[in-house]
Structure formats: structure tokens, C-alpha cells
Design a protein. Sequence first.
Length: 818
Amino acid sequence: MSDINIRFCVIDADHIVDENNAYVRLWGIDKNGRKVLCVDRYDPYFYVQLKDELDSNVGIKLFREQLARLKEFGGGIKNIELVKKKLLGVEKNFIKIIVRQPSDVQRLRDIIKNWEIVNEEYEYDIPLYRRYLIDKGIVPMGWVEVRGKAKPCTEHCDIKVEARDVIIFKDAPAQPHILAFDIEMCGNDIIMISMVDNKNFKKALAWGWQKGNKRVEILSNEKELLERFISLIKERNPDIIVTYNGDRFDFAKIRERCDVYKLALNLGRDDSVVVFTKRGRIRSAKIKGIAHVDIYDFIEQILGPSLSSEILTLDMVANELLGVGKKQLEWQDIESLWRKREGLDKIADYCLFDSELTLRLADYILPQIYELCRIVGQPLFDISRMPYSQLVEWLLIRNAYRKGEMVLNRPKFDEIRRRREAEPYTGGYVYSPKEGIHEDIALFDFQSLYPSIIITYNISPETLDKKNGEEHKVPGNDHFFTTKFKGFIPSIVEELIRKRIAIKRKMKKVKKNSIEHRMLYNRQYALKILANSSYGYYAFPGARWYSRVCAKSIAAWGRKYIQDVIDFATRNGYEVVYGDTDSLFIKDCDKKRAKNFLEAVNKMLPETMELDLQGIYKSGIFVLTKTGTVAKKRYALLDYDGKIVIRGFEKVRRDWANIAKETQEKVLLAVLKDRNEKKALDIVRATIERIRSGKVDMKDLVIYTQITKPLNEYDQNAPHVAAAKKYVGRGKVITEGSVIGYIITKGDGSISDRAVPYEYAKDYDPEYYINNQVVPAALRVLQGLGYKEEDIFSATEKTQSSLESFFRKSFKNRIFRR
């Protein structure tokens, strides 16, 4: 075949073995959208460290002799080399063993780990395709130029090349072909599958109805529906398939039904079947040559904490991020319509819109995942499912190669358990809130406090307790960190921070809402995620570069700096009303005072550290717990536009009914905006009266909780578990990730006994919602103003008397004050 040069954007990577040789495959698209497959032969390898007492030349000779006696390996070992790499900052000799197949790495390692001359083995658990990307410097969603030989393409692609050289270069972002799909079920049957892509394709497949239409293709039975789904995926041949909870539900159920009919779910571009790879408790659907991105996984792992809603359903997430939610159609209505063979258009509208929403969410979220791919250097499938700790770890692994550092081994199970069982250490400092309402509140926080501490004090496992006369002493203990050489992890974190600062400067020169501005925003956000996760990584029990002392030291310096700033504020006439880890709130602080404070503090901070002004608020309320202890991050702020920022209250939690959340928000508005505590009490009493009179809409009483593991793994029959089991009894499919909505009904038995799926609830227990939902939620606010439960339930005349008494007390104690 002829020589060929092809430039393309890498979207996915995997490896295969052919004729006893290993090959890495890069799947991607060129500028014209043509599908490209690059095949490059690459030999697997790992490292061995011999015992210190062995001279390197003697040691490698002994090692070669023992290898030669391994007859079962035959030609499996291609070569061995003596190399130098740094192990925790210290240069050491290692033997690099190059083998033919990926499986040879573990087989050989299992043999030689017991040899007397061997001290340790390293980098034996890095998958070959990941190893290749790291060694070659290739980043998925980045571009490469491949020079090699054109090959006949038996896979579903337009161009196939056997690589001779792979060169990295930069180009404008590619425009992948993206397809989203969604399924609807009735009992165990899949009755409809909808598909939508970003090339104006839109179709639903169904069976059971007599007649279809332009949008809906009718098949004779479920088996034909599944076969048609497989053939359509092959016809459309997307670069990326996106789902919402597809690992746990859509793909999982499609595989189950394919197994029933003995159908091969061969969606791979090489006609391979979908492989379900185990990741913790979850099995993820992996397709060769097509990147499957489960948007739910990324939201749960990465974006979830930054969202207002804790209910991570497609409906709630789309509402928050896109401003539009799902079409409303209950599952039992779908089941009823299908059994009657009616309502085809209604179900199709619902199913197709789910696919459209998933595709729109992908348009919003995928650019953020692309940037993480480019920085961490691993494929879409992997990056979109990695928690913070794994994103950091693979960033470190990539940079370890670049900096000549040996990648440390994963801890074994017993070591992970030991780490988990260790006594918790003191985290961030919390300055106890001054309860009540305060005005003109300036909110300050440190910009990337923990990453700044890592850089400033050179915090890394290999710099810990290394004496050289100039060390950073950890506040409050005897540990220290050397200044003699730059630590591995601090050097990586510093690169992240510097890149982010440069991008943020560039953003100021670019037109807002432009494509370039959005790209820069996504890149700086990805850098921020990785930098801010570095502290947590040290304390993660499964981390390769785990260091409890490093984590404790970072927290100790964090406490020192927030306390220093609070002390400085107090000495200079500023009144701090609350502080937590990396932020503080100062009352009676206008813009001028805030600016002066900011300038003074930043002058005394190290160069890498900076305090920011997040905003000035008209008023705010801060509360303690019922026992009078600190309620971490429980406050509400009112800005000058009349909007409320809420942290830690039930308003932003999913495990409270809407009536409790709404009542609490109204109470907050009454005390912060209207300055009327009597109105706040009246709101609570009116809500109680509505509940007792039976005038509350049932949808406002639904409590939502997410299923986080298989139902049979729950030890306790909590209300949401009991409700989920009742769903299953009625034929609804419940999987991990399912959000259960239930109502506590009247009757005998425990709360769990009376937890009924909301669609089937005929009544509700008023006293449960009053005493376990509305009153506790309201008291979270009112207790900060001196109220107790009896004040809510007191008679009108008694309330008036207690209010007058309270206002006198408030004035005296300056709880409600300017």
C-alpha cells in the first residue's frame, strides 16, 4: 500500500494483539469529519528494582541468567535495559523489561516478584493504550499527524493507516459526530428506543403498535427493535455516544434483552460487542472505536457539588443547566398506554425529548470533559468516569514520565483498609458564627488556598522531613518540608495554577459569550478542578502518592492563614461574623472598607496566596445547630438585587419535601428582605394549618432520595428503600442512580412501612410533615433569632406577647442590628 500523511483529532484509544505483537489503535476524525483509524505497534514494559546491595552490573547479569531459565516465556521477553529514574526524588537504577503482549507483563511480574534479588516491581498495572498516550505525549481531543502506510479498512472507518511516525500538533477543536439515545420499558420489555444526533437525525423505534409515522418506526417485536437499534448505530457511525445514566440503565437493559434473544450487541467499529468494564460497583459500557460518555457519571463525580440541586435526575440537571426540563409523563401512564396500544405520539414525544435533552446537555458539558482529556491526557470514556482522585493521579502519572519520576504502586487492599481506619485529623478552621442577622456583609475567600500552600511550602512525600538547614516547619507539629529541591507534586500544581492565571488574563481580552471565551473558560475550569483536588488526593486511601502527613500539614497551614486573617481583621476594627476553612464574612463592610482590607491582607500573604472579595451583601443570617455547636456553612445572604444565596439549609437539599423547602425560603425572605419576624412565624403557622386541613398539593409532599447501590445490599429498610421495593413490586425498573419519590402516608407501622411511591399515595400523614419536615426546616432559621418550637405552636395572643419581649431582647443583645 502507498505512503500516507494524515492529520486527525484523537477521540478514542485501545489496544489489540495480532500475531503475537501488541498494537495501539487511535480512533478519530479529520477536518472533513472522515473516520480515521491509526494502528501503531507498541511493546508493553514494566520496571524492576533490584536489592540495594547488588551492584548494577552484577545484578543485571544475575537477573538475565534467571530470565533465561524461564522456558515457559520463550520469545515473550523482547529485551531488558538498565535505566535511571527518580524514586521519590532520589535517582535509582531500574531494569526495564520489554515484552510482546500486555498479558505478559502481569504473568512475568507474578514470577519475578518472588525472586531473592528483586526488591520491587513498578508500573506493571498501566494499560497499554494509556502507556502509549503518555509515552508519545498524545492527548485525546488533541491533534496528531501520522505518517505511515495506508491499509485496507475492514473496520467501520474511512481511512486506516499503519503508523511509522506520530507527531503532535495543534489545530482548531474538532466537531465530532455525537449521538444520544434513550429507552422506555414496560416491565422487563424495552418498548421504545429514541435516537437523536447533531447531524439532524431523529428517530424512535417501537413495537406493539400497528402503525408508525415519520418519526416512529414500528417493528414486529422486541427482538427486531434491538436488531434495528444495532443496525442504526452502525449506519449513523457516530464518534461519540452520549447517555444519561446509560451505564446503569439504558445500556445495561439493552444488553440484558439482547442476551435473552441471543443477539450480539456488536456496536464496535471493529464489530466487537459492547464490553462492560467494572469500575467499583458500576459496570461501564465500552464500545471499541466509539467513545461512550455517560453524562450522569461526570455530573455525579465532578459537577454535582457545584449544582444547586442534589437530585441528579435528567429533569433537574437539565432544568438547572439549560433552563428546560423533561416532558412530564409518568411511567405507569406509559405502561397503560402501551398495553392498550394507544398514545404512540405521546410516548414518542416523551422518549425523543429525553434524547434531545441528553444531547443538549452533552453540548454544554462535553467541552469541559474535552479540556480534562487534553490536560490529563486520557480518553473521553475514562476521563468522563473518573472521580477527582483519579483525575489527579493520571495527571501525575503522565507528568512522572515527563519528569523522569517512577510511578509509585497502587496500595494493596490491606494498606487501603489501614488508611481508611486511621483516626481522622483536624481539617479546616471554623470560626463560630455570631448568630442572628447582620448587615453589609463582605464575603472574602482565598484563591485556591490549599494548592497555594502546596506550592509555597513545597509539600510532597519526597520533601517531607528532609533536613538541609532551610526547611518549612509545619505549624503545631514537628514535621517540616525541605527547600533544597522542588517537590514533584508541588511542581505539577504550580504549572496548573500558572496556566490558569495566564488563561484568566487572556479571557479578559476576549469577547464574552464568544466561542473562544467559552473554550478558555472550560480550560481554566478544568485546571481549577485539578489544582483544587490535589489536597484531597494526598488523603485519598487508594492514592499512589498518598501521604497523611502531607494532608495534615496542608490543613494546618490552612488553619493558620484563616486564623491570621481573622486576627488581623479583629485588630484593625473589622467585625468577623463567620469564617470557614478558606473564607470569612465581615459585617458593616462597604466597598471602600472591603478594598482597604483586601489590599492590607494581600500585602502580608506569600506571593502564591491571594485573598479575593467575592461580594458584598445587604444582609445575612448565620445559625448554630440545635445543640449550640457550629453549623458549618449554614447561612443565607441577601444581595442588593433582592436575591438570596443559601448554603447548608434544607432549601438546597433533596431529602426534604418541597413544602419544607418553600416554607424555609419564605421564612428567610421574611426575616432578611421584609425584616418581619412576625410574618415569618405566620408563614410557618399558615403552612401547618394548610397541611392539617388537607389542602396541600401532593406533589409538594414528595421526598426524593437516590438509590446508590442494588436494593438487596441495603442493610436497613430506610423509607426510600421501602418505597423502591414497592415500585419493583409494581413492575418498575429500579437501578443504581434511580431517584425515588415517595410520600409518608397515614396508618400504622413505621415511617418506612408508610413510605409509598408518590404516584400511588392516596393520602399523607399531616403530623409527619409538620413535625419532621416543615417545623424543623423553619427552626433552622428561626432558632438563629432566638425562637423555639413552642413559639411556633403558641396561641396568637401569647405569640404577640413573646414577640414584643423578643424584640426588646433583640435590641438589647443586638441580634437584629445594623
